[in-house]
Design a protein around this ligand. Structure first.
Ligand SMILES: C[S@@+](CC[C@H](N)C(=O)[O-])C[C@H]1O[C@@H](n2cnc3c(N)ncnc32)[C@H](O)[C@@H]1O
Length: 273
């Protein structure tokens, strides 16, 4: 399998082969090596062949495995959810700073996908409640399952709808987080096939200039924030100037920009004072 993966130009053929074998045989890496000479289970071999064929067709390993670790927690994925990425943990860190010292903490996460951002926050902040919104009913169902799995289901209220639409008029939040779709529509065709063909386009497509979701989210945030609350959004590396301008236009203050470990602009935050 390793050789077929290598010949197919897969970046990490050994790792991918090992992870898929662990999944097919239901064994950890040590057992796989120790039991190498035992006759292989026929059902597990069939599974492995199926996984290998999917990988050779370009499906990422995490999608075949069906879960991804984020903030030290395993998140189930499905076809409607983006695979959580490590840089998005910056929103969790910044969000926890915003919540520090506040009481009756309420969080809103827009475009929640797997629910990774609010579930990670709830796992660190026991008395906090979160509302999580996504336009995709399948993503909302997966987010609910992830919240149950991590023991925060009772504090996690996932709703289907567009951005602020599913909120009740009197709801207010200490923190609003969002990692919205931010790729320019025309750039989607040029994304690597592993992203273009396996990530849901609803999670990627930010409209003609990539900023449609920011206009809606930043423009609406102040109405839903408690005094002193903050909006924290993830951005594409070239969007800091445009998103900052939207924060200013929306009347948000103490606007801050953070770079990720690669030195790219990644998170913009601003307060409703
Ligand atoms: C880039 S993904 C982020 C998912 C998750 N927050 C993460 O960081 O892994 C954006 C999410 O926004 C959702 N979305 C797209 N348009 C939306 C809308 N109008 N209202 C609510 N959610 C939307 C997509 O379904 C997708 O789950």
């Amino acid at each position: 399998m390793r050789n077929r993966f290598r010949q197919a130009g897969i970046d990490t053929p050994e790792l991918d082969a090992r992870l898929l074998a662990e999944l097919a045989f239901g064994m950890g890496p040590l057992d796989l090596v120790n039991r190498e000479r035992e006759p292989a289970d026929a059902e597990a071999l069939m599974k492995l062949q199926d996984f290998a064929a999917r990988r050779l067709h370009g499906e990422p390993v995490v999608r075949i495995i069906g879960e991804k670790e984020f903030w030290g927690l395993a998140f189930a994925l499905d076809a409607a959810t983006l695979v959580p990425r490590p840089e998005t943990e910056m929103l969790v860190r910044r969000g926890l700073e915003v919540l520090h010292g506040r009481t009756h903490r309420q969080v809103l996460d827009l475009g929640t996908g797997t629910g990774c951002i609010p579930i990670a926050i709830l796992s660190e902040s026991p008395s906090t409640m979160a509302v999580a919104v996504d336009l995709s009913p399948a993503a909302v169902a997966t987010a609910r399952r992830n919240a149950e799995r991590h023991g925060v289901g009772r504090r996690f209220d996932a709703r289907v709808g567009s951005w602020f639409e599913p909120l009740r008029a009197d709801e207010r939040f200490d923190l609003i987080t969002a990692n919205p779709p931010y790729i320019e529509h025309a750039a989607i065709a040029a994304l690597p096939p592993e992203v273009r063909e396996h990530d849901p386009h609803l999670a990627l497509d930010g409209g003609a200039d990539g900023l449609d979701a920011y206009r809606a989210i930043v423009g609406g945030a102040r109405r839903w924030l408690k005094p002193g609350g903050a909006l924290v959004v993830e951005i594409g590396a070239s969007q800091a100037g445009a998103v900052r301008a939207l924060f200013v236009e929306a009347g948000l203050e103490e606007i801050a920009l953070e770079k990720d470990l690669a030195g790219l602009d990644r998170v913009v935050s601003g307060h409703h004072l």
